[in-house]
Each structure stands twice: as C-alpha cells, then as structure tokens.
Design a protein around this ligand. Structure first.
Ligand code: SF4
Length: 214
C-alpha cells in the first residue's frame, strides 16, 4: 500500500538502496513490510516497473522479521509517526504488523495505510487486533463505485469494494482516526462523490495526486 504524500515518482530514481525495510520522509518513518498485494492497481509504481520512492528501493528479496524492522526503525522517539506503507499491503503480514505496532506504540503515532481488504483476505474481523496498536488508519477507497474501482485496482474477486466499506465500519469501533483516500486524475473517479462516501461514514477524506507518491 503505497502512500501518496508529496513525491513525484518521476524524481525518485536516485540513490537506490536495495531491500529498504524502513525509510524516513516528512519526519515520519515508513515501514516497508511486504511486497505482496491483494490488488494489482494499474497506477501502482511496482506494476509499472518502478520500485524506487525518493531514492529508496522498496523491492524486498524476502520479508523482514519483526526484529529486523525494529532495528531498522531505531529510536522511535525521533519520528512523528511510524507508518506502515511501502510497496505492498501491510495487513497481508498481519503478525509482523501487530508485533511491530505493539512495540512502537506510545513512542510515536502509529498509522496504517491499507487497501481496507484485511477482513476479506483473512476471513475474519482483524480490526479488534488493531486497537491499542494503531492510532490512525488511511484506507484507499480509490473510487466512488465498484465498477470504477475494479477497473483501476483490478481485484482478484468480485465483492471487494463493499468489503472496504465493511472494514471501515468495523475499524470505527476501535480506531478514532480514519481517513479515506482517492486519487485525483484517474479516469472516471469523482473526487467529490468519494468525499461524500467518507462524509456519510463520518470519517476523514484526503485527495491524493496521480504519480505523486512517497
Ligand atoms: S494496493 Fe495497489 S497501489 Fe498499493 S501497493 Fe498494492 S497494487 Fe500498489
């Protein structure tokens, strides 16, 4: 689950370092937990042969252990936020996600950037496990309707889009700070309609920009 927080991916090819487990941006520490994804988003850098974000090479030769990530983070207190992000979906590495979040929680704000499909993939409600480990969740809604979502995010099965909305409803029971996001510039995506969905769910909304990542 990549974040789109202010970096032009076309400027991100310098200083590549292999196997980057964590990377610092904007005063935050981003955790690159896995390269596995539920989706195959057409706009995803990695499906366009782009693995570097701000000079950090996020292709993993193998998934890191909890200790390797904690060692890579170092002093948690130096960061505003620890953000589970990277070029993959963090909830697919659920055990590591929970263990790392538990270890760093309280030292810095902890945010999960997710596709919102954790409950669907794991076949259970994982959101109670996020309580007291994750302070904020950013969920990629990406579209105002299932047909448009499917066109851009290319899920492996039908029914994925409603599963995101269910995940948000479940997460609201445990996490106060939830933000839905959508990317401005994708064909057919109506940003105002996406924001209306967020408003109806009583969660925050943030617009991301196509090709601006990091
Ligand atoms: S969820 Fe989509 S955009 Fe995010 S890493 Fe996976 S394929 Fe890429």
């Amino acid at each position: 689950m990549i974040c789109y927080e202010g970096t032009d991916i076309n400027q991100c090819n310098n200083k590549a370092v292999d196997n980057q487990l964590t990377y610092a941006l904007h005063g935050n520490c981003y955790v690159n937990l896995t390269n596995r994804c539920t989706l195959r988003c057409s706009f995803c850098p990695k499906f366009n042969k782009q693995w570097s974000i701000r000079g950090y090479h996020l292709r993993l030769s193998e998934e890191p252990t909890t200790n390797q990530v904690l060692e890579s983070i170092g002093d948690v207190g130096q960061f505003q936020e620890i953000v589970f992000c990277g070029l993959g979906e963090p909830t697919l590495s659920l055990t590591s996600l929970l263990d790392i979040a538990e270890a760093v929680h309280g030292g810095a704000r902890v945010r999960l950037n997710t596709d919102g499909l954790g409950n669907l993939v794991h076949g259970m409600d994982i959101t109670p496990m996020l309580a007291n480990r994750i302070d904020a969740i950013s969920v990629s809604l990406n579209a105002q309707a299932e047909s448009i979502y499917d066109r851009h995010c290319r899920p492996p099965q039908t029914g994925t889009y409603p599963a995101i909305l269910d995940f948000v409803a479940c997460a609201q029971e445990h996490i106060d700070d939830i933000t839905l996001t959508a990317i401005d510039g994708l064909e057919g995506v109506d940003i105002n309609a996406c924001k209306e969905i967020a408003d109806k769910l009583n969660v925050n909304f943030r617009t991301r920009s196509l090709n601006i990542v990091g």
